[in-house]
Ligand binder design. Sequence first.
Ligand SMILES: O=C(CO)[C@H](O)[C@H](O)COP(=O)(O)O
Length: 220
Amino acid sequence: MTQDELKALVGQAALAYVVPGSIVGVGTGSTVNHFIDALATVRDTIRGAVSSSVKSTERLLALGIPVLQAEEVDSLPVYIDGADEIDARGCMIKGGGAALTREKIVADLAERFICIADESKLVPVLGRFPLPVEVIPMAATQIARRFAKAYGAQAVLRAGVVTDNGNHILDVSGLSITDPLAMEAETSGWPGVVTVGIFARHRASVCLLGTADGVRTIAY
Ligand SMILES: O=C(CO)[C@H](O)[C@H](O)COP(=O)(O)O
């Protein structure tokens, strides 16, 4: 099976976690695009979606799924999203699609984070995938220096990318994230950091991994 077929498999499997009559939290990315397509087939059974990006909103609306604003809902039963890396405890690196800030906001509304990914995303330790960090533009250089000093890591500005929030993305390589909760807490507090792409406080409750043998479900 191709990687895209594995993504389609888990996008479809995630439908089992959609609560009838509810509003669904929807992430961003190529795997989530498959989920949105699957969600459209049951759109009459849900009240709508809260989306984590302009791209996902456009796809949801094009498929006839109503989109609500985050401020219109108190809580969501599930948030369904992809990841760039997932460790053995369900902590993740996210933000490859530059949507990490809104993803964390919508995930924070949800009771459960259902992560959908192909099995190549499962790693022993987070950090091989460069960590995306959304930053206020004027602070980018200062924050890059701080990653070098604190962790010996190299932060590179993602060229030509402006987030849905008008900010920039640093991609930080050379990290070995053995304590995701601690690193998320520490770096999230640096001035100028909007959102760090470590999802430890908002880690996955369930991970659906696409494998050649079918969907592997990991509950944390
Ligand atoms: O965090 C994300 C976007 O900001 C995505 O969930 C992550 O990049 C995975 O994307 P894909 O499903 O395309 O592999």
